[in-house]
Design a protein around this ligand. Sequence first.
Ligand SMILES: Cc1cc2nc3c(=O)[nH]c(=O)nc-3n(C[C@H](O)[C@H](O)[C@H](O)COP(=O)(O)O)c2cc1C
Ligand code: SF4
Length: 424
Amino acid sequence: MSTAQTNYLLRWGDKKDLWKLDGYRLQGGFRSLRKALLMKPADIVAEVKKATIRGRGGAGFPAGVKWGFVPAGDGPRYLVINADEGEPGTFKDRALLTEDPFRIIEGAAIAARAVGLTAGYVYMRGEFLEIARKFEEAIAAARKAGYLGKSILGSGLSFDLFVHLGAGAYICGEETALLESLEGKPGRPRLKPPFPAVKGAFARPTVINNVETIAAIPVVLEIGGDAFHRLGVEGDGGVKLFGLSGHVNRPGLYEFPMGKNLKEFIFEDGGGITDGKALKGVIPGGSSTPILKPDEIDVPMTFDGLKSVGSMLGTGCATVIAEGTCMVQVALRVAKFYAHESCGQCTPCREGCAWMASTIDRFERGVASLGEIDLLLDVARNIKGRTICPLGEAAAMPVEALVTKFRDEFEAHVRAGGCPSVAG
Ligand SMILES: Cc1cc2nc3c(=O)[nH]c(=O)nc-3n(C[C@H](O)[C@H](O)[C@H](O)COP(=O)(O)O)c2cc1C
Ligand code: SF4
């Protein structure tokens, strides 16, 4: 039986005016915050732990466990909501920010109550200028109504939220580069440890969570951590937003319980491949996640499910690629992106990403030799595990998978002296 769509998070289709404070309240908005204000902070963290909600930014670290790492103590402690959404193929957080902003504000205030946070920053990529302006209006409305600011709803909890716009660099989605950027410095990742929970923004304890992780928190408190967990699978609870784009008949944003089958998602909910073509490959969760061939997609969309076939759930936004697409061109597009976005701090990433892009370009132009296929794999493998932040892996893994799984196409480019699909 196929897994049906749910609407815990993706609910603006039938619930009108959620983006207005009154509309949000009409749908029971801020009930979870009221509940949280009557709970002991440790009990809120315990509910989030029970929910087993794994970070929706891509790394999949359990939110409750992360919250538990913040040491007790006085002084400023921050929440940072990661709204950078730079991963190519991903378009879920912008929808939440635009359509259901008060959910995020409510989730942030609950996090503040649970962990003892004094202020929060919503870090948005620079291209989200319009979204940022509207989100600031939502913050102002929430502040005026007493859901943010001094002594929220008379509870004694003081917490405020601010929007910070980045300048559109992909690396600023990486949590420590984001913190540097937030502090007004160039967005270059930091060495860890110390981890942000201990020494984060402005050298203070900081919780960093993705927009969708925070948006799910009011749901956790509303239905309870156990019930949220049961919606998903063991160790990977709840529901999640999933995106579908590329050569698919019904692209868009969907919500399912964790564990939805990827093949079913594409062929049933997504209506299959455009123009009746055959499927060639699926990039399951953003451009950094290794491509899967058609015989590898009969898997549950969970963090462990995608890992079991050598890929990753990533952001949960899949790109579907039909027969007839040149995989060397796909590899070139991906490699160029990461070469452009490398911050340049580590030699293997800075030099390796540029090398991968220029070598793939040689195949596309028909000047590469067969020996360069293994050279490409060698460069990719020498980036992995030798960098400060995971951008190195994010660049190397998709290239390695594309070259390994579609090696015949790289060979065909050498034999044809260029792209056979362009040559006709
Ligand atoms: C290169 C790179 C880019 C990233 N971009 C984003 C992003 O745009 N949004 C996001 O939420 N997390 C992004 N992450 C993951 C964050 O570093 C971090 O794990 C996440 O914000 C934590 O929130 P979560 O635990 O709720 O997922 C990125 C990681 C890397 C290595
Ligand atoms: S891996 Fe790349 S992006 Fe990350 S710190 Fe090193 S050079 Fe910068």
